[in-house]
Design a protein around this ligand. Structure first.
Ligand SMILES: *Cc1c(COP(=O)(O)O)cnc(C)c1O
Length: 433
């Protein structure tokens, strides 16, 4: 399978090149040349398929023979080594719990798949790559975890100082080994800008074999489409339409859903659920894409003012806002609304939402107000990951899962830098030797 750049001014590349490069030289994003439809028999048989079988069938359509079947099956099985249950919260409303992986957030899925694909390719080349990643919270720990201890790979994580939760920070800064955490005096968008700049700096990129692991990497998107098929199979009820609400920041997760739909999955409607960073819902209303500086919210993994994957969505919809509107509805919610939702759902259904899942639930309910279908919202993080916010909101103590408590007890190790490219390069010189 060949991949082109959404800016269309560089030649097409292989899957391997697309995921090793991360970002094309013309500053666009990679997209698959063809989105292959899956046979109707596959869609009809989804209810009887395992998540792993679905994963292999979907992944193979994006990779062709660049990874042999046996290796790809192993990569998919290792990626999906935990459950993704669809839990019924109330009539016709399901929570797809994407937080049962090692770092308790959905980004484990993409990060684990990318890590295993890259290590498959670098094992063939016997060279050392550097994974460079900006995180607003969860990407970094999921990526670091995915690559921890791999000898042919260094990981450098940039995160905004003071803008991630305590537990998130511990997960980024306590792993050691081949993982370096940089605490940047700035916002997530500043971190992302530094990462983009490094990738466009060819001498630096070549010297350190820089590779991206943000949601801009195609190998992060592909596995995120697996669980749309899986969710659909769990909740499908006769001929009733299925709606999926995705709490969104950089829009990688939602874009993966659009790929699944293009492959033939009959999702009736996607709901782009946002916090106060409402760039995409505002675009759906006004037709104007107007990126802004991000604002801080309690669902901080979605605090993104200039969502990268908008370029991919535009590409899929031919740049036409009306096409966009045919498939996606968008809503945004304040922190007050999010907290009220967490309280109400806990009181009424006894279901504990994290702030991101609450935004997804709100968007789903708003869309479903006058509709008779089945809805799924993505619960993208375990409530314990945002324990302070959840506990002070619902006044109930959360049991911290053992795999999270492990980090809390360890000591943070990070390197502080200003929001400057020169300081970033200085760190590269020190740690990437
Ligand atoms: C990253 C993240 C999101 C947003 O996902 P995107 O693919 O960036 O839109 C939502 N919730 C949580 C918990 C996250 O970590």
């Amino acid at each position: 399978m060949k991949y082109y750049s959404t800016n269309k001014s560089v030649p097409k590349v292989s899957f391997e090149e697309a995921i090793v490069k991360g970002l094309p030289e013309d500053n666009g994003l990679f997209m698959p040349e063809k989105i292959v439809s899956l046979p109707q028999s596959f869609i009809d048989g989804l209810k009887g398929s395992s998540l792993q079988e679905i994963g292999y069938e979907v992944a193979s359509r994006f990779i062709d023979n660049e990874i042999p079947e046996a290796n790809l099956r192993t990569i998919v099985n290792d990626t999906l080594a935990f459950d993704i249950p669809a839990v019924r919260v109330e009539d016709n409303v399901y929570s797809l719990e994407l937080f049962h992986g090692p770092t308790l957030a959905f980004k484990d899925v993409g990060a684990r798949f990318l890590a295993r694909c890259l290590s498959y390719f670098s094992a063939k080349k016997a060279r050392k790559a550097t994974i460079l990643v900006a995180t607003s919270g969860d990407t970094g720990s999921a990526v670091a975890h995915g690559f921890l201890g791999l000898e042919n790979i260094n990981v450098v994580i940039l995160y905004p100082k003071g803008k991630v939760s305590d537990i998130q920070e511990k997960q980024l800064t306590t792993l050691g080994q081949n993982i370096t955490a940089l605490e940047v005096d700035g916002t997530f968008d500043d971190c992302q800008a530094l990462v983009k700049k490094s990738f466009l700096d060819k001498p630096i990129k070549d010297k350190f074999h820089l590779t991206s692991a943000n949601s801009i990497n195609m190998a992060r998107l592909i596995p995120q489409s697996f669980y749309y098929f899986w969710a659909y199979a769990q909740v499908k009820d006769g001929n009733r339409p299925v709606y999926i609400s995705v709490p969104s920041g950089n829009y990688g997760n939602l874009t993966a859903g659009l790929l699944a739909q293009k492959m033939g999955l009959p999702i009736d409607r996607f709901i782009a659920s946002a916090n106060a960073n409402d760039i995409v819902p505002a675009y759906l209303t006004s037709g104007v894409f107007d990126p802004k500086a991000s604002v801080q919210t309690i669902s901080n993994a979605m605090d993104v003012g200039n969502p990268s994957n908008f370029a991919r969505m535009m590409d899929l919809f031919g740049g036409d806002v009306n096409e966009f509107r045919n498939y996606i509805s968008g809503y945004s919610y304040s922190d007050e609304e999010t907290r009220a939702c967490m309280q109400a759902v806990f009181a009424k259904q006894g279901y504990m939402l994290d702030p991101h899942g609450a935004v997804g639930y709100l968007g789903l309910k708003e869309y479903m107000k006058d509709k008779d279908g089945v809805g799924v919202f993505f619960e993208t993080a375990h409530p314990a990951k945002f324990g302070d916010v959840v506990e002070e909101t619902i006044h109930t103590k959360i049991d911290i899962p053992a795999r999270l408590q492990e980090y809390v007890d360890k000591t943070k190790v990070s390197i502080e830098i200003n929001n400057s490219y020169e300081e970033l390069l200085a760190v590269f010189g020190e740690v990437l030797v």
